[in-house]
Design a protein around this ligand. Structure first.
Ligand code: FE
Length: 337
């Protein structure tokens, strides 16, 4: 995509066609899909005249930034999961951004204490519970998932998936490494089957009678409801917002950071401020059934209908800091085995 832009500019220059003022642009490396980003970048271009070039990546952002070094065309990275943001920050590819708008739009727990990254939306990691086999109030905390009363009743995706690693990382922040190991062992012994499939596959397993509860992200409820086959799985479960015994509900974010070598720094800042605005957050959140985080912003009615919850108050960069310990524990207890 960048190659095309460059080619066009080069061709125009080479034939001495008078260009309008040098095209204003900003370049984004995104791990999120075009259908989530495009409506927003189009709106930004319409408002500012700045073109947004987005390179959609499935993986390898770190490797790419590393290979490009200071010549990278990237101004902004956009991704989901704080561990990915932390990874880019910790690799030294970002720089801190000071902006009143960003600070006003993004609550402190959803941005880097050093201002290297800023959240845009959240999703909660909740429990899907069979409507008939799980009584109201039967599960209220993450700690409770290790209780023997759930023996043979829990389904989950791999413990090594980023969503579960982040949950275990948060557990370490609340209870320390040892208790988290005991917790993981407890959940493992409660599993109805070996970890497999994605979050939606667990809700399907509940529907099929293989288990009674599963951990999953909130937005999958919306995605299942819009799918002809999966709607039955969704209709069969309640959403429960568990909390940590001494905290709130575990959430993760999508977010953005400015690349250290950003060639279009001023435009990058404008785009970051635009994306964090309450209106942009609401559009972006709606596209994937997520929660906007700007003060005064609201999720769509369907998402709101799943219930209210209080997000855990630990800064997500602190959670991300426990990632390696969490991964080690998940391997130590052979969670997927
Ligand atoms: Fe997901």
């Amino acid at each position: 995509m960048f190659a095309n832009v460059k080619t066009a500019v080069f061709a125009a220059t080479a034939t001495l066609v008078a260009l309008p003022l040098a095209a204003e642009e900003v370049n984004v490396y995104s791990y999120r899909q075009p259908e989530l980003i495009k409506p927003l970048t189009d709106a930004f271009t319409a408002e500012t005249g700045i073109d947004v070039n987005v390179a959609y990546l499935n993986k390898g952002m770190i490797e790419r930034l590393s290979a490009e070094g200071n010549r990278s065309p990237a101004d902004i990275v956009l991704t989901v999961d704080v561990s990915r943001l932390a990874e880019v920050v910790n690799a030294g590819f970002t720089k801190p951004v000071t902006s009143d708008a960003l600070e006003a739009n993004v609550p402190a727990i959803y941005r880097d204490p050093e201002n290297h990254w800023f959240g845009l939306t959240t999703r909660a990691r909740i429990i899907y519970a069979d409507k008939s086999r799980v009584a109201e109030g039967e599960v209220t905390t993450y700690e409770d998932l290790a209780d023997p009363k759930w023996e043979g009743r829990i389904c989950t995706r791999s413990g090594l998936h980023a969503y579960n690693v982040a949950l275990a990382s948060a557990m370490i922040e609340h209870h320390g490494v040892e208790e988290t190991q005991t917790w993981l062992e407890g959940i493992k012994s409660n599993l109805a089957r070996k970890p497999q499939g994605n979050d939606r596959a667990q809700v399907r397993a509940i529907w099929a009678g293989e288990c009674d509860i599963a951990v999953g992200n909130t937005y999958y409820m919306g995605k299942m409801l819009e799918d002809e086959e999966q709607k039955a799985w969704a209709d069969n479960v309640n959403i429960v917002f568990p909390t940590f015994e001494d905290g709130g509900t575990h959430v993760n974010i999508s977010g953005i950071a400015m690349v250290k070598s950003a060639p279009n720094e001023a435009n990058a800042l404008k785009l970051m401020e635009f994306l964090t605005s309450p209106q942009a957050q609401e559009i972006y959140a709606e596209a994937n059934y997520e929660y906007p985080i700007a003060p005064g912003s609201k999720a769509i009615d369907l998402v709101e209908s799943w219930g209210e919850y209080t997000a855990d108050g630990v800064n997500l960069m602190t959670v991300a800091g426990h990632r390696d310990e969490a991964l080690k524990l998940i391997e130590t207890v052979d969670f997927d085995g």
